[in-house]
Every structure is written in structure tokens, then in C-alpha cells.
Design a protein around this ligand. Structure first.
Ligand code: NAP
Length: 336
């Protein structure tokens, strides 16, 4: 085993877009586990939009990443050292690691990789640790579309959005996806089977929603917030439901973002807006796994990966989530 360890260190908190001075790739000493900890050799890192929020000082559902500490991220890898009875050396684990070749973490931050028939380790890690269950709980519990209702999904060509749209279709809704660019819109309808797509970069979202949802919108799975949320709120039906999954258009904002102009429609239309974090539902992961793996193995769930390579490229890979250059669940291969 090598005695050095490369890792991305959060040197300063970003203001707006993450700059090259905010996160620095540094070489340090190999970490060693203290009581209750493990050291994990990272094989795959998941690049998640929420990583940006973790860099802020403001506490959220997670404590902020400490300044001058390694950047945290979801990771899959092998245990190389263990001082916990949860794991042995050689175990493959997934959980909250860091953007590092080797990370030292509390054993409780990791779990074994479940074996699911027909699914590879990369699929279980990339699609079932966060993405699939997020789509499942948001659509199933909050949007709860009835057959024939209209569900709108933003970020519809992305990892979570593509699954959310397909679940809506599987459960009988009419689904309109919103994504950036002609190619992504083609994927929304052709690959992910949604009924229609709106290119928010080239089309007037409000006008297109009017054309494509003539009977109004019953459910909205929101990944982006901002103007698109506003346009959808203005066209919702009575007793509509919004699964507030994320607001990627706001994560890099360098000043306060105004609320939606159509806020009052929440009252007029008696809309239920429910924010949620997938980690709150971990006790129900087996339920989500059964549905998602079942649909996948029946050929009814399409998913895509965008796999970049090399720890050096972590920031480049992360930025693709914000430029929209990722074409599927964004993963980074750190080691074989
Ligand atoms: N609540 C939870 O527990 C939970 C868990 C996981 C993820 N999430 C949220 O789910 C959302 C999607 O995450 P993901 O991992 O699946 O990423 P993703 O959708 O695969 O990638 C992010 C996508 O966001 C779109 N985007 C970027 N900037 C945008 C902007 N200003 N306006 C509109 N769209 C923009 C881009 O697609 P286009 O090319 O189409 O613009 C980009 O490809 C994020 O908001 C994330 O925070 C929430």
C-alpha cells in the first residue's frame, strides 16, 4: 500500500460558482483509523449537486464540510483498515466518504453494498444509494399521481429526474419533462418514455406548459426551483402536489433569490408543497429497491451513467452538473 494519499481539500467557501481556489487537490499522509472508524480505498465517487450546498457555511440537513478538511461525497470502495466490528478489511462498502484516494471515516457512515439480482455494483451504488430512492419517495409519497393525472418533472434528463418521470409513467400518469437542449429533450421522450419534453433553454416554458398541459398540472417533481417552479405553480390544478426535491438553479446563487411570483397560487389552488431528503427514508429503502430493481429487470426502467476518470478530474466532473454537460448519473472512477 502507498503511504501517501491525494485528496481534495476545501480551502475556502465558494461564493457563486466553485472556483479553482476553493477546492485544492493535495497530497498528504495515508490516514489511519481510530476507534470506531474505517479507512476506505475509493473506487467510485458520486458527483451530486448537493455537494455544492455542503460547501456553504449555512448548516443544512448535514453539517457544513469543515474548512481545510477533505471534501465529502458519496463513495464506493474497499475497507483497507478497520477499527470497527461493522466491517473487515476487504469489505466493499458505500456511503459518505470523501474526494480522496483513501478516506478515514466513522464506520457508521458506510453500509455494505447490497446484492440485487441483475444489477452491477456500479448500478447499485450510482442508481440505488441516492438517485432511485429519491425519485421513488418523491413521486410515490408526495406527488402520488393518480392514473391519467399530469405530472411535470424538471431536470428530466438528469439522474433523479429521468427516474422520476419513468416512475410517473409506470404508475399511469401523463408526464411532461423539462430539460436543457434538443438532445436532452429527445432523450426525455425516446429513452425515458415521457409523453412530451420542453427545452427550457430554447422555449418559453410557461407557454409550452400551457400547450402541453391543457387540463392543468396535478403534480410537479421539482429538481430546479427558480423560474421553472414559478411557471409550473401558475398552472397547477386544485389540490396539486409538489415534491420539492432540489433547486439546482439556486445552489450557486451569490445573493438571495426572490421567491416565486405565483406563490399565492399555493393558497388559491390549495397546493401541497413538500420538501424531502432521501436520507430520512432509509428505513424504507428495501421497498424502493424492490420497485426500482423490479422495473429495471423487467426492462421498464432506463438509466444512463456519465463516468469520468481520475481523482484529478473531480472538480471538472462536478461542474458538469451545473453546465448541464452530464449525460446521466455523474460518477468518477478513482481506482479499479
Ligand atoms: N432531496 C433529496 O434527497 C435529493 C437527493 C438527490 C438529488 N437531489 C436533487 O435532485 C436534483 C437532480 O440531481 P441529480 O443528481 O439527478 O443531477 P442531474 O439531474 O443528473 O444533473 C444536474 C442537472 O441539472 C440541470 N441544471 C443545472 N443547472 C440548471 C439550472 N440553472 N436550471 C435548470 N436546470 C439546471 C442540468 O440539466 P439540463 O441540461 O437539463 O439543464 C444538469 O444536467 C438536484 O436538485 C439535487 O440537489 C435531491
Amino acid at each position: 500500500m502507498t503511504e501517501s494519499n491525494r485528496q481534495w481539500i476545501l480551502r475556502q467557501r465558494p461564493v457563486g460558482d466553485v472556483s479553482d481556489d476553493d477546492l485544492i487537490l493535495e497530497t498528504g499522509e495515508m490516514p489511519h483509523a481510530d476507534d470506531g472508524e474505517i479507512v476506505v480505498r475509493t473506487r467510485l465517487l458520486s458527483m451530486d449537486p448537493a455537494n455544492r450546498a455542503w460547501m456553504n457555511e449555512t448548516p443544512s440537513y448535514m453539517d457544513p464540510v469543515p474548512l481545510n478538511g477533505p471534501m465529502l461525497g458519496m463513495a464506493l470502495g474497499e475497507v483497507t483498515e478497520s477499527r470497527s466490528d461493522r466491517f473487515s478489511v476487504g469489505d466493499t462498502v458505500m456511503g459518505l466518504g470523501s474526494w480522496s484516494e483513501y478516506c478515514k471515516r466513522p464506520a457508521a457512515a458506510f453500509q455494505p453494498v447490497p446484492t440485487l439480482p441483475g444489477l452491477s455494483e456500479q448500478e447499485v451504488f450510482g442508481m440505488l444509494l441516492v438517485v432511485g430512492p429519491t425519485a421513488y419517495f418523491g413521486v410515490h409519497d408526495i406527488c402520488a399521481p393518480k392514473p391519467g393525472e399530469t405530472l411535470v418533472v424538471s431536470g428530466a434528463a438528469g439522474a433523479v429526474g429521468s427516474i422520476a418521470g419513468q416512475l410517473g409513467k409506470a404508475w399511469g400518469a401523463r408526464v411532461v419533462g423539462i430539460a436543457g437542449g434538443a438532445d436532452k429533450c429527445r432523450r426525455v421522450t425516446e429513452d425515458y418514455g415521457m409523453d412530451a419534453a420542453i427545452d427550457y433553454k430554447a422555449e418559453n416554458v410557461n407557454a409550452r406548459l400551457g400547450e402541453l398541459c391543457p387540463d392543468g398540472i396535478d403534480c410537479y417533481f421539482d429538481n430546479v426551483g427558480g423560474d421553472i417552479l414559478d411557471a409550473v405553480l401558475g398552472r397547477m390544478n386544485d389540490f396539486a402536489r409538489v415534491a420539492q426535491c432540489g433547486a439546482i438553479s439556486m445552489y450557486n446563487a451569490d445573493k438571495p433569490v426572490p421567491g416565486p411570483y405565483n406563490y399565492i397560487n399555493i393558497v388559491m389552488r390549495r397546493i401541497k408543497i413538500q420538501g424531502f431528503i432521501v436520507l430520512d427514508h432509509m428505513d424504507r429503502y428495501p421497498e424502493a429497491f424492490e420497485v426500482l430493481a423490479g422495473l429495471r429487470n423487467d426492462g421498464k426502467l432506463h438509466w444512463d451513467f456519465d463516468l469520468d476518470e481520475g481523482l484529478d478530474n473531480a472538480l471538472t466532473a462536478f461542474r458538469k452538473l451545473y453546465s448541464g454537460d452530464n449525460t446521466g448519473k455523474m460518477l468518477l472512477k478513482v481506482a479499479d
